[in-house]
Write a protein that binds this ligand. Sequence first.
Ligand code: NAD
Length: 343
Amino acid sequence: MIRFAFYDAKPYDIPSFEKYGRENDIEFKFFETRLTPDTINLASGCDGVCIFVNDIVNADVIDALQAEGVRMIALRCAGYNNVDIEHAFGRIHVFNVPAYSPYAVAEHAMALLLTSIRRIHKAYIRTRDFNFSLNGLTGFELHDKTVGVVGTGKIGRIFMDICRGFGMKVIAYDKFPAKDSGIEYVSLDELFARSDVISLHCPLTGETRHTINATSIKKLKKGVVIINTSRGALIDSEALLEGIKERKIGAACLDVYEEEANVFFHDFSGHIVADDVLARLISMPNVIVTSHQAFLTEEALSNIAETTVKNILQFEAEGQCVNELCYRCPKFDTCSHELHKCF
Ligand code: NAD
């Protein structure tokens, strides 16, 4: 029996992991708490930890996990910016779920965009109160508008296809443009200048942190709609708020937020939210916030559990895993480890 401490467990995670775990002789011990330096001991006696986007896996946590005998860190998500991958090398093997349903995230991005520009969030509240006035609900059409997509990987490309279906002109920026893709790549500055809608689909790295900041906001078209379903820190939240207050930014659709770690996934209704920037953003009529929900479909939850279990089983059987994250691999994100074991 393989044992995993499952941190930050939510009611919607448990059924699919219980099912795939039971079928494959893996015991998941579910804990509501996140993995932090204070909760490492919950993994005592476990072969691995299963973690999500807001668990903290810095060098100290990795050392302490290793001391507890933990050999595997199974991320049940694609992004791994919360894990010190370099420090993990030679100590603990780290796997992720690189794609569980890129459609879930891309469709959520479009859902946010349509909700925002057609004021569905306002109309829903009004009609529930039998207020059938249309004042203030004028939207705009996507047809013929230009969307700029930053990051043309799995999610970015599906989002681009969806936008094409709406008759939008699609331009993109990627640090590693896809060859022969037919995508119209432009510089980031050109994308900022031309786009009516900007959607962020690149990973969070030192380079992409605060892609949207006070300087880049000056380069944007007035009235631009910004969508972020990727990682919160791609946007400098205070600069975004200023851009909205100055009416430079027409709307913001945020599924992720820079300081989401202690807020998202929890019920704070009835509490006073301490984060002034988040509170002010949410108070804006042209800002929609969902709490890192873009992945949350039945299909994605099932795929996440299935791939996580496959990762664990493959590693236990072969000593390597197709989805291992290793900073030494030549193509970090996509290395298949076919020819060598990382360590
Ligand atoms: P992917 O790896 O398929 O694509 C990422 C793309 O970003 C690649 O084309 C890559 O070349 C590009 N890129 C890398 N560095 C860049 C840079 N400096 N500037 C511009 N582009 C750069 O990833 P994906 O599956 O499409 O996921 C994209 C992001 O979505 C993930 O990093 C993750 O943070 C986020 N995500 C969010 C949710 C959610 O629920 N909100 C769910 C899954 C993934």
